[in-house]
Ligand binder design. Sequence first.
Ligand SMILES: C[S@@+](CC[C@H](N)C(=O)[O-])C[C@H]1O[C@@H](n2cnc3c(N)ncnc32)[C@H](O)[C@@H]1O
Length: 309
Amino acid sequence: MRQQILDFVRRLAGTKQLRESIEALTQTSATETVERALWMVRQEYTVMPRFGFHQPLDYNMDTFPPRFDDAVFVNGVELPLPPPPERMGYSDDNSEYLKWGKYDHGLLMGQIEKYLGHQEGLSILDFGCSSGRVLRHFWQQKKSYSWKLAGVDVQARPIEWMRQNFPTDFRVYVGNTLPHLPFEDNSMDVIYGFSVFTHIKYQWDAWILELRRILKPGGLLIQTIHTENAWNFYRAHKDQPGFRKSHSSTVLDGGEMNIPFFYYGDISVSQVFWKRETARQYWGRYVDVLDILPPPPEHSFQDWMICRK
Ligand SMILES: C[S@@+](CC[C@H](N)C(=O)[O-])C[C@H]1O[C@@H](n2cnc3c(N)ncnc32)[C@H](O)[C@@H]1O
């Protein structure tokens, strides 16, 4: 009976990957296995349909505010830190978490000053902001130079955390994976994103055009991507915990990247790799590619696309 139910649930799964994941379930009781399999299928159809997903707080009939662990307060730091479960895997250690975000903020500031100069009142958007790991560090620019701060993420939970814990000047909201943002044409000076286009395999081109639409003429688009550099990094570290689960054996066990691009995965784990020259050509159809920076010395193995409208 258990097998029959599981076979039935498996047939509901829309993708090979999900069918295989259901086959691999190792829950102890039959009921738990079936419950888990049903949960996975429900996720596929409701939370993350294949081509446009959005992770709401709760997809049951009654939705209550999510329960978060207490926010973390650090001496001398004005904004609270998200508790570790709300950090999306970015360090559980408070000072590391702050240092990493500050480092990325510093690199962004370098590019903004280089291309836009030092300006009052810039409007910036963190595309895929999560719980504000990087956006939080622009609070200083908001206070000193009246910068306007916006953030969007497809996951409702980190956005809800920010709504409850950050000042209302952070204009954050939940988006989805369809290329549409509720901002006016020509309204942003800078749009940046860390590790977001590394996962966008559907409609990446329409996303670039949507981001271009809301950028002011001359505005900056800064996004990290996986190139040959990330490919080589993963190959070299293939035995690190978690890498096997989130990366294809084509990357981990194959040779050098010798194809223009490679998309891997589905639903919850997708990875996108571009050869640097392919990214320059493909992105260059939609925006001016000013530079492709190699991964910075610390914290990351992703290249930076520096583009202008
Ligand atoms: C690897 S995480 C990085 C989070 C954050 N940028 C950081 O560096 O701390 C990628 C984030 O992008 C978000 N994301 C992916 N596709 C998105 C889309 N189309 N629109 C908005 N957010 C998206 C994910 O929900 C996730 O929070």
